[in-house]
Each structure stands twice: as C-alpha cells, then as structure tokens.
Design a protein around this ligand. Structure first.
Ligand code: XMP
Length: 591
C-alpha cells in the first residue's frame, strides 16, 4: 500500500543500533512527525526538514566502515542539526573538532553541569542527572562551537555553534534515566526547529481506513492473524474500512500456545465483529515436527517449516491467490527499515517470506500493511481508538514459536555440580555476549530470592564463571543436592505441564498487579528434577523498552511464596527458581 504523505518534520539518521528508533519515538510522543533514515542519506533527500538528529551508535569515528554522514546536511537551509553521542562525535570530527579515543569510556549516570542558559538546555538549572554511554569523547569543540555543559569525565557534554543551528550532546536524552531528556527534545523541536504538532496516531485512523479502501478497490483482504497486537489492530482497520464480509482471518492453533489462548483470540475477534474467522487446528502436525528435537535453533526451524506448510496449504486450498484477494499484514515501522534494531525482527519473521504464495503476493504488490508507519506504542494507541479492549492491547509480547522455546530439552541424565558460589545446573541456556548468542550452563547461587544484592552479583558471577550464561536463585522445592538433569523433549505432557505452570503464574501475577509494570514474564520449564518430579520452573520477569536489553525484576516475597506454593502443588515440578540475569549477558527467553 503506497501512501502519499507530506514529508516528516524531523529525520533521525541511524548511526547504528537501537538508539535511532528510541529517538524517533520520543519525538513522535511530543507530537512531531519523525522518520528514521540511513546515516548517509544525501542532503538533497532531506530538503524541507525542520530538524535532523544524528543518532548514537556503537562505532568510533576512527574505525574503518563506521557510519558516515553527508557533510552538506550541516548546512541545509532551514534545518537545525542535533548530534547525539556518536552523532556529536561525527559532527565534531567533520567540522574540525578534536575527538579522542577513550580507553575505558563512561557508562551510566553522570552529573551534568550547564554553562549559561542555552535554549537547547532551557529549564535545566545547574546540575542534572544524565545517562552516558560512550568510549570516545570530544576533547575540544570545532571552531565557532562552544561547550554548553560538561561532566567530570567529559569537558564537552553539550556543544552549540555560535551562529548556525548546530548542536551536539554526548549523553542520551532519549533514555528514561536522563532526568530532563524530554524537555531537551521539546526545546530542540519547538524552540530551535520551530516544529508544529502534526503527529497523533489516533488521528490517523480514518486516513488509514481511506487508504485501505483506495488500495483494495474491489478486492478482499486475507490475514494470517497471530493473536498478537499488531496483526489484530491491522485486521480491525481493514474490517472497519471494508466491512466484515470482505476481510478473512485465519489463526493457526499450533498447540504451542498458552492455556486458553485459542478461545481468547476467537472471543476477541468475535467481539470485533469478524464474520469470517477460521481457526486451523494444526496441533498434531507441530507436535510431530518437534518429536525428539533438542537443539533450540532446530526447534525454531521445524516450527518455521511447519508454518510454511500450513500457510501454503491454506492459500492454495481457497481462491486466495486469484486476483480477487490481497494479503494483509501487521508489519510495523521498525520492521520496514534496515537497521540494527530491526535485524532480529528480520530473522524471526523470515518464515513468512518463504511461503511461495506469500512471496508471489509480495512480488505482485498485493500486500496491505496499514501499520507500517507506526511504532508498537502507537499501534496500541490506534487500537484503543478502534475500541479494542485494553486488556488485549496491553498484553505482553509472546514469541512466535510459543512455548516450544520455553520448554528446554535434554537427551541424557547428568548430575548437578557443587562450585564455590552454588551449583552448576547442566542445562544449556542462551545468552548474549557481545553480538553473538551463546549456549551455556546455569549457576544456581546460594541465597534467598528476595536479596537485592543478588541481582547485582549475577553479572559479576557470569563474567567470572565462564561456563555459565545465567544466574538463578531457588524460591522453593527440592534441595539443590537432590537435583539432577533429566531427559525430556517437547512432548504433549511437558507442554501441558508448562502450560499449567504458566497459567498459575499469570493468574497470581495479574491478581497482585505485578504483570502491569513489566515488559514480559516468561515461565520456563527446565529438565531439572528430583525423585519422581522430572522438571523445574524458572520465573523470568523482566523490564525492557524494546526487548533489545532487559533488566531482571525482583519478585516481592509474598508473591514468590504464592508462586512456589501453587507451582509445587502441580504434578511433575521439583523446584521453582528465579532468573536474576540482566540482558546482556542473558537473553529474555531461555530457548
Ligand atoms: P531474547 O530472548 O532474544 O528475546 O532476549 C527478545 C524478544 O524477542 C522475543 N523472541 C522471539 N519472538 N520468535 C519471536 O517471534 C522467536 O523465535 C523469538 N525469540 C525471542 C522474546 O520473547 C523477546 O520479546
């Protein structure tokens, strides 16, 4: 679906990683239209922008192949430029300032002292707390620039040109830890760039519906829905635009979903007025495909292949490939642009594009993606506007391969091992160190689950004990010395055990309002057992903004007690653990 829209007021140039999306989201939250483009987008393509933000990124301006900018953007008529972190360094480097290579860098909170009252920092008086994350730094600003704020480690924490609208910040105003980050962006947008408020996802609903009608013409729309927020909101927009007779949805029941999920999804779609909604029962096929599989990536691959087969069968079974149908998808903005933050989404969603029928529809341009300009939180806002219930829109993200990647497997028995800090559990859990995923064992530390010091110790312990990726603590159940690794794959019995445990945890967490404040709460089944109970449960509540990094969350003692009591009352569960590991070095899922 092509949309003729006027250019956004602000462009964020992507110098790597997740920062650019965070910046664009913050700007949109302030009501100003913003897009993300590649860092080297030419000045000609950015004509007419009121402002350009050069994002942060992990590179050094001295590294070969580090992101570059078109220097002419620094002189674009009518556009102010703000460099953030790496963006500040590249601006300084281009304009003749001195960037020095840092040995150890500066990470975490710092106190910023402002010099004078610059409009960019209006409202910040004296000292304020900011979030720093950099190795290199600007030692001396370029000619005609002045330093407008400093920290103890960093003499040029903020700089501004004396006459041109060029600015740079070494810290990250887009992260929540920076005290007045939002004010700084508001200063840039409204005081410096002269932006007007032109962005409200709720206000776009009618416009998008009109676009859908125009694009569809007299064709009908077909969706594979997942029960997730994006595909449901996209489906609802099409439903409103074209009416219930012209929008068809299929939900594939893989048998890898949470308890009550299929009924829940059916119910939501019925309430939304979907007249043509079909549940494809593929449970036996998915279970068959996973038989005997141990390796996480092999599980993902088999699930992906099964999805391809089911979708292929459905597409060729109806007349969906005829010219009368187009395919609807819930693609959102970060998935449409190539950047570090989208890399994972590309990997995860590849199976869709391997379906020959879908590829044909894509090649023919018969795809409608009503949410392709929205971020996740904007999809939720639009969904609220469409009357989709809050309890649905606020659901935690849930991985496509479902419970299969929360059901760890093992082909043989093995003992646990006593080490200085606790016990090594010989299961393979996934982590991220640097840019790569690694599969290692798990350290069960001695200690009580409520001890806040344990969270901080977890990272140190992972760094020290090279064999492990994760640190967990025991909440209740069998004593560590009685535990052993058991044999187990993705079977109906183990999935039912995990589903029951997950349902218990969800019920208790929702009852105590613990669920609302967190990003995701995986419940994981691991093949660690004692006596006649073959498995254990790991609780993994995390805070996150976008899933790229995450913090392990403490569980209040009374809730932990309630979890343990209910989980240990289920058959087959030997012990309950709490995962203390942040991401990095752990990941959110265990796989
Ligand atoms: P990790 O485990 O890498 O997860 O920290 C980050 C986010 O991605 C989700 N995730 C997946 N989603 N298919 C998906 O659709 C997958 O294979 C998959 N693996 C992880 C995870 O739930 C978290 O939100």
């Amino acid at each position: 679906m092509t949309q003729e829209r006027k250019a956004p007021q602000i462009t964020v140039l992507d110098a790597g990683g997740q920062y650019c999306h965070l910046i664009a989201r913050k700007i949109r939250e302030l009501g100003v239209s913003a897009e993300v483009r590649a860092s080297d987008t030419s000045a000609g393509e950015l004509r007419g922008r009121k402002g350009i933000v050069i994002s942060g990124g992990p590179a050094s301006v001295y590294e070969a192949g580090s992101p570059r900018i078109d220097p002419r953007i620094l002189h674009l008529p009518g556009a102010a430029v703000l460099g953030i972190c790496y963006g500040l360094q590249i601006m300084a480097h281009e304009l003749g300032g001195e960037v020095i290579r840092g040995e150890k860098g500066e990470y975490g909170m710092a106190v910023l002292r402002t010099a004078g009252s610059h409009p960019l920092l209006a409202g910040l008086n004296g000292e304020t707390r900011v979030w720093m994350s950099h190795r290199d730094r600007v030692e001396a600003p370029p000619p005609d620039f002045i330093s407008i704020a400093a920290t103890t480690e960093c003499p040029v924490a903020a700089m501004a040109h004396t006459t041109l609208p060029l600015f740079g910040l070494q810290f990250h105003p887009e992260v929540v830890h920076t005290e007045h980050g939002k004010e700084i962006y508001a200063n840039f947008l409204f005081r410096i760039c002269g932006c007007e408020r032109d962005w409200d996802p709720r206000g776009r609903v009618l416009e998008i519906e009109a676009d859908i009608r125009r694009f569809a013409g007299d064709r009908n729309v077909f969706f594979f829905v997942s029960g997730g927020v994006d595909s449901t909101v996209a489906f609802t927009l099409c439903l409103r635009a074209l009416g219930p007779e012209r929008v068809y949805g299929v939900y594939v029941d893989t048998g890898l979903m949470r308890e009550g999920e299929t009924e829940f999804v059916e119910n939501v779609f019925a309430k939304l007025g979907a007249a043509q909604f079909h549940v494809e029962d593929a449970r036996a096929r998915f279970l068959g495909a996973l038989e005997g599989v141990i390796e996480p990536e092999e599980k993902r691959k088999r699930i992906g292949e099964e999805f391809v087969a089911v979708q292929e069968r459905i597409l060729s079974g109806g007349d969906f490939l005829s010219g009368r149908w187009i395919l609807g998808q819930g693609t959102i903005y970060p998935d449409t642009i190539e950047s570090g933050g989208a890399a994972k989404a590309d990997v995860i969603k590849t199976h869709h594009n391997r379906v020959a029928g879908i590829q044909m529809l894509i090649d023919e341009g018969r795809i409608v993606e009503p949410l392709s300009s929205f971020y996740k939180d904007e999809v939720r806002q639009a969904g609220g506007e469409l009357g989709i219930p809050r309890e649905f829109l606020d659901r935690h993200p849930f991985p496509g391969p479902g419970l299969a990647i929360r059901c760890l497997c093992s082909e043989s028995e093995a003992p646990v091992e006593r080490v200085g800090d606790g016990w090594i559990l010989p299961v393979r859990s996934v982590g991220v160190q640097g840019d790569s995923r690694s599969y290692r064992q798990v350290l069960l530390v001695d200690g009580a689950p409520g001890d806040p010091g344990l969270h901080e110790r977890a990272t140190t312990l992972v760094n020290r004990e090279v064999r492990v990726n994760r640190v967990i603590v025991r909440g209740g159940g069998a004593a560590p010395e009685t535990l052993r690794r058991t044999r187990g794959t993705v079977t109906k019995d183990r999935l039912d055990r995990l589903r029951a445990a997950d349902a218990v945890v969800r019920r208790l967490a929702a009852g105590q309002d613990f669920d609302g404040g967190i990003w995701q709460f995986p419940v994981i089944l691991i093949p660690i057992g004692a006596a006649d109970r073959p498995d254990s449960i790991v609780l993994r509540p995390v805070h996150s903004v976008d899933g790229m990094t995450a913090e392990s969350v403490s569980i209040p003692a009374p809730l932990m007690t309630a979890f343990c009591q209910s989980l240990l009352a289920l058959p087959g569960i030997a012990a309950v653990f709490h995962d203390l590991t942040h991401k990095p070095p752990g990941t959110i899922e265990w796989e």
